[in-house]
Design a protein around this ligand. Structure first.
Ligand code: ZN
Length: 277
């Protein structure tokens, strides 16, 4: 099922990293002025700032704070490293609570040469360790599977099936998954795995962009929706058919677009959002 066309920006969220050259104050001002409804805040945007004050400023601009990106990176080759990751994630949960973000997106991590299965167990153990604090703070944790090209050190969780299994094993309403079309579009099981997490009520967030053809950089060459090879409306249709009615979050890392006038870029995002999402 392809989703019905998007008519307005009431469910449009933009990740602060998408307009990286802007400060968080600039992003807030221009997002609000352009009718963007939500913002996902990346940690770099909070550097040197009090998250409580930033959260208040965003809400005063009329924006909904959708999530904080990002926690995770749990695996490490020794116990000390794993403990440090857990401590760091506890601080990130506190930061999200102060910001007023209901969700922390987890980029789970991996250790090169360590078996991926070992890293996955360490990820699960790490999430279990911070779960009580997250629950107490009212902050959810979203496991975001990353494309397998990032399995070296960014994430040992590479399919939605793996993320779903982990969330189900943890078995808490506070732990779920994040679907990002960039990472998952290629997966032949994507539709059924979206159905699985949707009906289990642990589909927490939906990230969109496009896969540029040919891609020239594995991290910072993402495209606007409609400019690459991902059928975003089809995937959005699968997501919405589970009853998901959260934000469509535009997350584009692109040195190409970061080099442009950011207000022009934001307007391009709005056009692509309506015409190709
Ligand atoms: Zn994402």
């Amino acid at each position: 099922m392809t989703a019905s066309p998007i008519q307005d920006e009431s469910r449009l969220c933009v990740h602060s990293i998408t307009t990286k050259p802007w400060t968080i104050e600039e992003a807030a001002k221009y997002y609000a002025r352009e009718g963007v409804a939500g913002i996902t805040v990346w940690q770099n945007a909070l550097e040197g700032r009090d998250p409580k004050i930033v959260g208040r400023m965003l809400r005063e601009e009329g924006l909904t704070v959708v999530s904080l990106c990002r926690g995770g990176f749990f695996p490490a080759s020794d116990a000390k490293g794993r403990q440090k990751a857990i401590d760091d994630n506890r601080r990130i949960v506190e930061q999200a609570a102060a910001l007023g973000a209901p969700l922390v997106v987890l980029v789970c991590g991996a250790v090169p040469k360590q078996p991926l299965s070992v890293s996955r167990q360490q990820i699960q153990d790490g999430i279990e360790a911070i779960r009580p604090e997250a629950e107490a703070a009212g902050v959810k944790l979203g496991i975001e599977p990353l494309h397998p090209m990032y399995a070296d050190f960014r994430s040992a969780v590479n399919t939605l099936g793996q993320a779903n299994t982990m969330a189900e094993q943890i078995g808490s309403p506070s732990v779920g998954v994040v679907v990002d079309v960039y990472h998952l579009w290629w997966d032949p099981d994507l539709e059924s795995e979206i159905e699985r997490c949707g009906w289990n009520r642990h589909l927490f967030a939906f990230h969109i962009c496009d896969w540029r053809v040919p891609t020239e950089d594995l991290l910072t060459d993402r495209e606007l929706m409609g400019q690459g090879c991902i059928n975003v409306p089809e995937i959005r249709g699968w997501v919405e058919s589970t009853g998901f009615n959260g934000f469509n979050e535009v997350e584009i890392f692109s040195t190409r677009y970061w080099g442009e006038d950011q207000l022009e870029f934001l307007r391009k995002i709005k056009r692509a959002y309506r015409s190709a999402s």
